[in-house]
Every structure is written in structure tokens, then in C-alpha cells.
Design a protein around this ligand. Structure first.
Ligand SMILES: [Zn+2]
Length: 310
């Protein structure tokens, strides 16, 4: 069992202002916890390449990609929405984040590794085909899923998005694409105030009320996701791995724990082993409680199959 850990120092240089919760320290606490937990020896490190324009265009419109490149400032910050800003390094970081997910697809499909975790930022799941929002520029998971579908000719891919916010961008991009089974759990009503009314055979949204804990989360997943994923028989499974539904994350009011993240990962891994040759690609989305974030990611990576030296 080998797991790739993909990142790049450029992802640390994207900075949206001192008090912004989506900050470089998020990636650093994850690395520190993976070291502390003894997981690093079981992971194969890779540097993320830059996603190419051609790769981005599978999930985003040409005008949008051009606009993001044009918006990149030489100095200072430019605002793309009330929460989303670019500094002079943001474009490169966003290209590395999408490039990490693209590399993960190649490594996993070629069999070089069994699965991959991308410790990258900016996150991606709010980025729509032609819109940046919610800290996101390019939809890293959507770009990588399209790479697996178009370049590697896979026919069925499942995306598991357990970030506390609905992945409106991913839903927007795959709304009409039945090759993708998109499973998103999220607090509702809550930003981006979307997804609770979606009716689609291949979009399985689970809105959860404020205060919902792991018991509710697990019951809904057992009822709505696991049987439908098994019927779909995905050839590869992606995680939009956001950890902002964590009990102590002040961004939200859900009450998930490290054990809940380990549980959902282990359940999905069983399906991946049965239908998808164990092929899983996980990409970091949200998660803002710095102390817990590292432990949640470590629990997730352990459940992907990583071994520990302790
Ligand atoms: Zn989130």
C-alpha cells in the first residue's frame, strides 16, 4: 500500500490577508501532524506541477481562465469576491493546487501509488465553470476528474465531498455529466446557500442542520451514499476533503470528530477496493481550526491505508 503526498511550497505564498482563515499555516500544521503521527515514512512525497491551460479548460470556460490570469496582481491584493483575493503568488498557487490533483490522477491510474492526498491551497470546490468564489479559483477536483475522464478514458467517477459547505462549483461543473456521481454533505442553511433542493440522479446532496453530529452524518451516508455508490460502480473515487465540519471549527456548527472522518474514509475505501481497484485521490478543501485540522487529516490519511511507524 503506497500513498502519494503531493504539495508545493508555492501553495504557502498565496495570502489573502492577515486575518483571513484560509491561510498558509493550514498546510504547515498538516505536515507537522503527519510527522508527529509517524505517517511520513509511509507516504511518497511529490512536488505539484502547474496545471496547464488545456487541463483547466476541461472544467472552466476560456474567458474565465483568461480573466483569472489577467486579474493576477504584481503587488497588493485584488478582490474577486468578498472572501476571495489574489496576491502576486495566488495564480501560481492555484495552478499548483490543480496540478497536484492532475498528478495524483496519473500516479494512481498508472499504479505508481495506490492513492494520493494533495496538501494544497487554494481550495477548489466553490469554483464554478466561470466564477471564483468562497476562497476558490480553479476547481481542483473537477479539473482532475475531467483529466481522468477525458485523458485516461475512465467512464464512471464518484466524488465524496464532506466539507461543511456545499460544493456548488463541483455541482455546477458536473450538473449535466452523468459520468460523475457527486456526493456532498453540508450544513444547511449555510454558505453558499445552494444544493439543498437539487434533484438529480447523479448528485446526492445531504444537507445537515446546525448541531448535527457524527451519528446523524453516518446514518445519512449509510442510507443515501453507500448503496448508490455501490450501484454506480465507480472506477475511481475522489475526496473533496474539507475538515471544517470539525467539532471545534468556528467556521461552522456541525460536530464531526477525527473518528467520523476516519469512518467515512474507511467506508469509501471499501467501495474503492471493491469497484475501483482501490484508486482514491483526495484533495484538501476547507478546515480552519488549526489544531484539529492536522489530526483530522492524519485520521483521513490513515484510513486511506497509510501505515504508521509508531
Ligand atoms: Zn468549507
Amino acid at each position: 500500500m503506497s500513498i502519494a503526498l503531493i504539495s508545493h511550497p508555492d501553495c504557502l505564498l498565496h495570502d489573502m490577508g492577515e486575518s483571513h482563515p484560509e491561510q498558509a499555516a493550514r498546510l504547515q500544521v498538516i505536515f507537522e501532524e503527519l510527522v508527529r503521527a509517524g505517517l511520513m515514512d509511509g507516504l511518497k512525497p511529490y512536488l505539484a506541477p502547474l496545471a496547464t491551460r488545456e487541463q483547466l479548460l476541461r472544467a472552466h470556460s476560456p474567458d474565465y481562465v483568461d480573466a483569472i490570469f489577467a486579474a493576477s496582481p504584481k503587488t497588493g491584493l485584488v478582490s474577486l469576491d468578498p472572501d476571495t483575493f489574489m496576491n502576486s503568488h495566488s495564480l501560481t498557487a492555484a495552478l499548483r493546487a490543480a496540478g497536484a490533483a492532475i498528478l495524483a490522477v496519473r500516479l494512481v491510474i498508472s499504479g505508481e501509488v495506490n492513492s494520493a492526498f494533495c496538501n494544497v491551497r487554494p481550495p477548489g470546490h466553490h469554483a464554478e465553470r466561470a466564477k471564483a468564489m468562497g476562497f476558490c479559483f480553479f476547481n481542483n477536483v473537477a479539473v482532475a476528474v475531467m483529466h481522468a475522464l477525458d485523458h485516461f478514458k475512465l467512464k464512471r467517477i464518484a466524488i465524496i465531498d464532506f466539507d461543511v459547505h456545499h460544493g456548488n462549483g463541483t455541482e455546477n461543473i458536473f450538473r449535466q455529466d452523468e459520468r460523475v456521481l457527486y456526493c456532498s454533505s453540508f450544513q444547511h442553511p449555510f454558505y453558499p446557500f445552494d444544493g439543498a433542493d437539487t434533484v438529480s440522479p447523479h448528485i446526492l446532496n445531504i444537507p445537515l442542520p446546525a448541531g448535527a453530529d457524527g451519528k446523524v452524518f453516518r446514518e445519512k451516508i449509510v442510507e443515501y451514499w453507500l448503496p448508490r455508490i455501490a450501484l454506480f460502480e465507480p472506477e475511481m473515487i475522489f475526496f473533496s476533503a474539507g475538515f471544517d465540519a470539525y467539532l471545534f471549527d468556528e467556521m461552522s456548527d456541525l460536530l464531526l470528530t477525527e473518528d467520523d472522518y476516519a469512518w467515512v474514509t474507511a467506508e469509501i475505501r471499501k467501495l474503492a477496493d471493491t469497484y475501483a481497484h482501490g484508486r482514491m485521490v483526495s484533495v484538501l478543501e476547507g478546515g480552519y481550526e488549526l489544531e484539529g485540522l492536522g489530526r483530522c487529516v492524519a485520521a483521513h490519511i490513515r484510513a486511506l491505508g497509510a501505515t504508521t511507524d509508531k
